[in-house]
Design a protein around this ligand. Structure first.
Ligand code: HEC
Length: 179
């Protein structure tokens, strides 16, 4: 009898504590990103003015893209399959025309570093922002003209861009961008 009573009390305590914990974490993640999953998200800024850059979390629709959104690290670095795909996507979106077939520079600058026009491009988050939103000096959003960079129908997806960056880093003498 006593044993039963005791476990009943314990059960109430455990449920009570678990309930509190849940409530707390739900409200913090709710503040950060209402529509996204419970994971935290990095904050993007544009390359032109370092202003907050909002990118629809739903566009990050692969495991690698979701991981990048949470951590700012590019999981495709060193992944041979992703690198090969990245090279193809680079051609498909005409990056080649301005940056050359090996990204060593043509009309636009070389992309393999170690120095960059925008120093933040030494990081994968920085390079992602530069390509996604464009620059002041001659490159539009996603590398192509002026367009709404948040419209999923316009060009490159986050996952494709991470593959492009992995390809660029594979030729960058050990610079991974994830440091
Ligand atoms: C119309 C020509 C053009 C196209 C197409 C283009 N770019 Fe660019 N890109 C440029 C120019 C010009 C710059 C230098 C901009 C500046 O100085 O502000 C640049 C800058 C960059 C930078 C920053 C380099 C640095 O040193 O900081 C990256 C990264 C980049 N481009 C990647 C891409 C990718 C990836 C694509 C394809 C999705 C692409 N570009 C398509 C012209 C182009």
């Amino acid at each position: 009898m006593n044993g039963l009573k005791l476990s009943a009390i314990l059960l109430v305590l455990v449920v009570g504590v678990a309930g509190c914990g849940k409530k707390e974490s739900a409200s913090t993640s709710g503040d950060a990103a209402p529509a996204a999953s419970a994971t935290k998200a990095i904050e993007f800024v544009d390359t032109q003015e370092s202003k907050p850059l909002v990118i629809n979390a739903a566009l990050f629709d692969t495991p690698a893209a979701k991981e990048f959104l949470a951590t700012g690290k590019n999981p495709y670095i060193g992944n041979e399959e992703a690198i090969a795909k990245g090279k193809k996507v680079f051609q498909m979106y005409s990056c080649t025309q301005c940056h050359g077939p090996e990204a060593k520079g043509q009309v636009g600058p070389g992309l393999t570093g170690p120095t960059f026009r925008y120093p933040k491009d030494a990081t994968n988050k920085g390079m992602f922002e530069t390509v996604w939103h464009g620059t002041n000096g001659g490159m539009g959003a996603k590398g192509v003209g002026l367009m709404d960079p948040t419209d999923p129908k316009n060009g490159i997806t986050p996952d494709e861009l991470l593959k492009i960056i992995a390809w660029i880093r594979s030729m960058s003498n050990g610079l991974t961008g994830n440091e």
